[in-house]
Ligand binder design. Structure first.
Ligand SMILES: Cc1cc2nc3c(=O)[nH]c(=O)nc-3n(C[C@H](O)[C@H](O)[C@H](O)COP(=O)(O)O)c2cc1C
Length: 190
């Protein structure tokens, strides 16, 4: 029998997105966001939900653009720092020693040290409550060559992203390969 634990923001997995933006003066900033994910295939879109209190919120409203940077396990400390300090107070990228690079497609910076980055143009803004959801159309995806597989797409075990577990507030790496999607289920019921 299941026990009710109330209406909470618990779902697995939640990503650790590093959201890259420029402020009004053109200074790059990055914040950590776990409330997000892919939300449309065509046009390709990703959504991220930010509180108005963040520096990044104003930056996105100003530029209608952001990047999603996927960090590798080796940068879990930096990712956490980006989520506990505000760009209103610190130049976080300089403190950490990460390199902001102007995106080719949108007015937002991506982080050179992250192996996988998405360049996004805001196409919808949804006021939900504490958080405002920004839907970004993915204008381009850039990846380090050494994380690409033979088919030219990134391999998760080379990118080595990590996940956030809400409520317990912990980071975890990815687990083991379990099977091929759209495939291992196909024998059931035959
Ligand atoms: C793991 C983690 C996930 C977070 N997810 C979100 C989120 O989805 N939305 C949000 O508004 N803040 C989130 N935060 C908090 C912001 O990252 C934090 O307020 C940050 O300082 C905002 O930076 P900024 O003011 O430079 O934009 C998260 C923090 C951590 C550590």
């Amino acid at each position: 029998m299941k026990k009710s634990i109330g209406a909470k923001t618990i779902v697995y997995p939640t990503p650790v997105f590093l959201v890259g933006t420029y402020d009004r003066s053109g200074k790059p900033n990055v914040m950590t966001a776990a409330w997000g994910g892919i939300c449309c295939s065509e046009p390709p879109c990703v959504a991220v939900s930010l509180r108005k209190a963040t520096h990044s919120y104003g930056n996105i409203m100003g530029n209608r653009a952001f990047t999603i940077n996927i960090a590798s396990e080796e940068h879990v400390r930096e990712a956490d720092y980006f989520g506990i300090v505000s760009g209103k107070k610190k130049d976080k990228l300089s403190v950490v020693g990460f390199t902001p690079v102007k995106s080719g497609m949108v007015n937002a910076p991506y982080i050179e040290e992250c192996p996988l980055v998405l360049e996004c143009k805001v196409i919808h803004i949804l006021e939900i409550g504490l958080h405002t959801q920004f839907v970004g159309e993915i204008m381009d995806v850039k990846a380090d060559e050494d994380v690409l597989g033979e088919n030219g797409f990134p391999l998760i075990n080379k990118v080595k992203p990590f996940l956030f577990a809400p409520e317990t507030r912990a980071y975890f790496g990815i687990g083991n390969f379990l099977g091929k999607a759209f495939s291992i289920g196909s024998e059931i019921g035959k």
